[in-house]
Design a protein around this ligand. Structure first.
Ligand SMILES: [Zn+2]
Length: 433
C-alpha cells in the first residue's frame, strides 16, 4: 500500500468562525504534512513530526493545502450556455435553457459535455458538486458514469418537469417517478455517487408530479432533494397562480413533503417571515448563488436574516446562469452582494462555507470538507501568487486572513495549483492545460 505525504501550509476549518479573529475555528500549520493512504487522509500534523518512512513526499510549499471546494447547486447540462444574453430568469429559461437541454436526448452529447464539465470542475478546484441533469435519464447516466471514472463524490439527479416547457423536454408524472426510481437503483451509493430527487421548480411540475416527488422522498429518505425557490418576482407570481391554495412559494413544496433536512433550495432570495421559519424548522438548506443572482438581476440574498432565523446556508455557482465555475469568484461575488446588503462576510467565513460549511449543509462533513484523518483526500493547493497582479499584492500581505481575501478577490482557476481527488493528482494530469 503506498503512502503519500503532501507538504505545505495546511488550513482546515473545524467549525463556522464567529468572526475574523476566531483562530479557534480552524487548524493552520505553517509547515504541515497531510498523510494519505488509499484515497483517505490518515494523519495531519507538523511535517517535522510526520512519519516519512515508505512515504512519497510531494512538496507544495509555499502554497496552501485546503479541502476541495464544494458547489451546492449547478446544472451540468448548461455548461455550454453560460454567458447567454437575457433579461431575467423566465426569458433566459425559455430562450436558451430549454433549447440547450433538449440536446441531452443524445447520449453522445451528454457523454461529451460530462467530460468537459468535470474537466472544468477540476481546473477550478471543485471536488464535489450537486448537479441538476436534464429530464433525460441518459444525461444522468453520463453524469454519474464520468464521476465514477474520476472517483469523484458527486450528487445529482434527473430534473422532473411535466409542464411549461417544450414537449421534447417534458416527462410525465408517472415517467418521472419511474425514471427517478430506476436511476436511484442504478447510481445512488454506487461508487461515490449520491442521488438527488430533483423536481425542477413549481412552475414546471403539475400537482400530480409533486405527489410523485413526495412519494420518492418518502421512499428514499437517504437521497437529497433539490429544487429552486423564490429566485425572481415573476417566477414567484406565476408559481402562486399555479398553486393558488398555497400560502406562499415555500408552502407549495412544504405541502408535498419536500422540505426536509436533505433539501437544497436554490436561491431562496425573496422569502417572507413564515417561509423563513418553515425552512428553518425543516432544517432545509437555502443555497446562495451570487454570480447567477447578479447575472439575471434576481435579487440580493439576505444571509444575515437566514442565519438569524436558524436557516442552514450553502453556497453555489448555479452554472449556467452563474458566470464562473470558480468558487473563488463565487465567494468574491457573494462578498459584494452582502456588501450591498450592508452585511459583513469575512474571508474565514467564506472559505469555511465553500468547504466544511457546504459539507455540513450536505450532511457529509464526516466524509469531505476538511483536512482531517478519516476524510477523503479531496484536496486543493492554492497559489496566492498565481498571476502578476496577485504576486504584486502578495508582497504586502502579512496574515493568513489577508491572503485568503486576496485569493477570493483576485483569484480564479489559475490560483488552483493542484487538485487531489481521493488522493490522486487530478489537475496536473488533465490534458490540454
Ligand atoms: Zn439552478
Amino acid at each position: 500500500m503506498s503512502r503519500t505525504i503532501l507538504r505545505g501550509r495546511v488550513l482546515s476549518f473545524e467549525r463556522a468562525p464567529d468572526g475574523i479573529d476566531d483562530v479557534g475555528s480552524y487548524l493552520y500549520l505553517e509547515d504541515g504534512a497531510v498523510s494519505i493512504e488509499d484515497g483517505v487522509i490518515t494523519a495531519v500534523g507538523d511535517f517535522a513530526a510526520a512519519i516519512k518512512a515508505d512515504a512519497v513526499v510531494i512538496d507544495h510549499r509555499p502554497n496552501l493545502i485546503m479541502a476541495g471546494f464544494i458547489d451546492m447547486h449547478l446544472h451540468y447540462v448548461q455548461s455550454q450556455m453560460m454567458a447567454s444574453y437575457a433579461g431575467s430568469l423566465l426569458e433566459w429559461l425559455n430562450t436558451y435553457t430549454f433549447v440547450e437541454e433538449q440536446k441531452f436526448a443524445q447520449q453522445g452529447h451528454a457523454d461529451a459535455v460530462a467530460v468537459d464539465f468535470y474537466d472544468a470542475l477540476i481546473r477550478h478546484g471543485t471536488t464535489t458538486a450537486v448537479a441538476y441533469c436534464s429530464s433525460h435519464p441518459r444525461s444522468v447516466d453520463a453524469f454519474f458514469a464520468e464521476a465514477q471514472r474520476r472517483n469523484m463524490l458527486m450528487v445529482g439527479g434527473k430534473v422532473m418537469m411535466d409542464r411549461n416547457a417544450p414537449e421534447d423536454l417534458l416527462d410525465t408524472a408517472q415517467s418521472s417517478y419511474d425514471d427517478t426510481k430506476a436511476l436511484i437503483a442504478r447510481w445512488h451509493k454506487r461508487g461515490r455517487g449520491l442521488y438527488a430527487i430533483s423536481p425542477r421548480f413549481a412552475i414546471t411540475s403539475t400537482p400530480e408530479q409533486m405527489e410523485m416527488a413526495q412519494a420518492l422522498v418518502a421512499e428514499h429518505g437517504d437521497c437529497h432533494v433539490q429544487t429552486h425557490l423564490s429566485e425572481n418576482d415573476a417566477e414567484i407570481t406565476y408559481s402562486m397562480e399555479l398553486y393558488p391554495d398555497a400560502p406562499d412559494y415555500t408552502g407549495i413544496y412544504e405541502s408535498y413533503g419536500l422540505l426536509t433536512e436533505r433539501t437544497l433550495l436554490g436561491h431562496s432570495i425573496h422569502l417572507n417571515h413564515r417561509e423563513t421559519a418553515a425552512i428553518a424548522n425543516a432544517g432545509a438548506v437555502a443555497v446562495f448563488c451570487p454570480t447567477s443572482n447578479l447575472f439575471l438581476g434576481s435579487g440580493l440574498f439576505d444571509r444575515d436574516r437566514m442565519l438569524k432565523h436558524g436557516v442552514r446556508v450553502g453556497l453555489a455557482t448555479d452554472i449556467g446562469a452563474g458566470t464562473s465555475f470558480s468558487m473563488l469568484k463565487t465567494i468574491d461575488e457573494a462578498y459584494k452582494v452582502l456588501q450591498l446588503r450592508g452585511q459583513r462576510f469575512n474571508p474565514l467565513a467564506s472559505f469555511h462555507l465553500a468547504t466544511r460549511g457546504n459539507a455540513e449543509a450536505l450532511g457529509l462533513a464526516d466524509t469531505i470538507g476538511s483536512v482531517a484523518p478519516g476524510r477523503a483526500a479531496d484536496l486543493i493547493v492554492l497559489d496566492a501568487r498565481a498571476t502578476p497582479t496577485m504576486r504584486m499584492r502578495m508582497a504586502t500581505v502579512e496574515t493568513l486572513v489577508e491572503e485568503l481575501f486576496l485569493l477570493q478577490t483576485l483569484g480564479d482557476d489559475r490560483a488552483i495549483a493542484e487538485v487531489y481527488v481521493a488522493g490522486a493528482r487530478a489537475k496536473s494530469t488533465l490534458g490540454g492545460l
